[in-house]
Write a protein of this length. Sequence first.
Length: 490
Amino acid sequence: MTDSTLKTKATKGMLWSAVDKFAAKAGQFIIGVILARLLMPEDFGLIGMLSIFIAISQIFIDSGMGSGLIQKKSRTNTDFSTVFIFNFAISCLFYLTLFFSAQPIARFYDMPQLVILTRVLAINIIINSLAIVQRSRLTINIDFKTIAKVNVTSVFAGGIIAIFLAYQGWGVWALVIQRIVYSLTSTLMLWFLNRWRFTIQFSKKSFNRLFSYGSKLLIAGLYAQTMHEVYNIVIGKAYSASELGYYTRAKSFAEMTAGTVSGILHQVTFPILASLQDDKDRMVSVYSRLIKMAAFFVIPAMTLLSLMSEPLIRLLLTDKWISVVVLLQWMSFARIFHPISVINMNILNAVGRSDLFLKVDLSKFPITVLALIITIPLGVKAIVIGHVVTSFIAFFINAYIPGKMFGYGGLKQLKDLLPVVFATGIMALLVAGLNRLIDDLLAKLIIGSLAGLTVYLIVCYFFKLEELNELKAILNKVKPKITYDRKHKN
């Protein structure tokens, strides 16, 4: 693949992945706001209690084999069919496991209603298993346009039905059915738009090759998901469904920004970096540019989210959710390095070193456990602050091995990010000052956000950051495309 071809594919992939993530996240955000106004914090807390069981089941079902297909240089129809059969068989096994584990789960939380909720919500893992190979095939082809269509349509299909049910008084069941409709819609669309048809053939050789790579990602994924969801278990068990509901809302707002950027980077950088695995110099060049571009967007965005959390929550969710404010202020900083860490970890997968990916992930376990032990008795706010500290430490751990392999570790990355950090600091001082001067919530949100972003871009321009040129190049590519589409529609 030539430089120009790679750049074109990367740019198109990034653009469509951005459309996917921003449109889908915007849809989820709007739907989430409406549902939060119609439902109670306890309803979101009940779903949060079950999220770890569903998420871990999903990781076992994939077992890293979807990523194995993407990383492999050449794939056969036998490879795809082998993975498909494996995914479906394991999903049935895990559904039965969750079905019979529903009562112990309900007893653990002392929430009898979780029995039926678990058994119905777990249907999702079977539905999702049917889409893993289809998504992998589209990712291999960097066809994020189709993925965007599927994801955005599915978000609104599930959301519209959930809003209707919530308005009719279905409570937590509106959230359960929302997830099932989303999965069903996306799976059906993937099969319709991606014309691959599996054949009943299972190759032991193909399975061993893919599982050898994927098994390390399986263990790493289990660890990462457990650490991500363990907060739900701790808060749900030690406190209440309401407290967990506040926490999950704060996390959803934080991930609206950081999660969107991380999702784009994970989806696009893996196949791009994997295609460069035989050319180290080009890979490192792309790697460092991606790090700086991620920071250019996410550091100011998460800082602004923290500063704007009070007017944002009070305007959108009402004072019923006021407890979310302080959690979101800290949660924003807990997620600020996540997109950069995604790139640091993705480069290990791209060169086929899933074993190192696993070692890096497992090395963070003691820090997370220690933080939880210290903060659990101190309250939910303390737990989130502990998460901020562990996230900062995790950034250096994630960057350590890539630094050894490619000469671009945590300190060099931070050095490259200093102009962005400085510009964000200037922005933060201005916004904090405006927050003290302005009382009206809507005015505070609009003026603070616009003034902050304007000052940030001015400072970046003063430093002549190359990320501004990258942004201009992307916008210049988008503008002709929009003009072309409008002309042909007319």
